[in-house]
Design a protein around this ligand. Structure first.
Ligand SMILES: [Zn+2]
Ligand SMILES: [Zn+2]
Length: 134
């Protein structure tokens, strides 16, 4: 499988060639906090088959656990940990074409945001709820 992606500003890009080792939505509290989002989705990739370009910083969110991000735009790029030395978890939202993405599992359901269950029953708008100012 060949995959590629980039951060919001394009300063960081990645390419991958190989099998995806895991594909999941994570509901853990650390991912919620780190991404400022109710959950995130990861694709597990073999480090030796994953290539990066651009400047990447990382934050050590717990001992020997690193969360990479683009220092220009702040986009979260990956999670890696000594607990899973043979894979890097790349944020699926950074895929060049995230529209076709399909997760295979959800993990850490104990901290899943409860309001996600209500999304189907609240009003929806194709664009903004109110038009932005000019
Ligand atoms: Zn960027
Ligand atoms: Zn997580």
């Amino acid at each position: 499988m060949a995959l590629d992606g980039h951060c919001m500003c394009g300063a960081v890009t990645w390419t991958y060639s190989g099998d995806v080792t895991r594909n999941l939505v994570c509901h853990c509290a650390d991912c919620q906090r780190a991404t400022s989002a109710p959950f995130t989705a990861f694709l597990g990739m073999r480090p030796e088959q994953l290539g990066w370009t651009g400047d990447i910083r990382h934050y050590e969110s717990s001992p020997n656990t690193f969360r990479g991000f683009c220092p220009s735009c702040g986009t979260r790029l990956y999670f890696r940990s000594n607990k899973w030395l043979d894979e890097v978890h790349v944020h699926a939202a950074t895929l060049t074409d995230p529209g076709e993405y399909q997760p295979h599992a959800q993990v850490v359901m104990r901290s899943r945001a409860k309001w996600l269950d209500q999304l189907q029953s609240i009003p929806v708008h194709e664009g903004f709820q109110r038009d932005p100012a000019d």
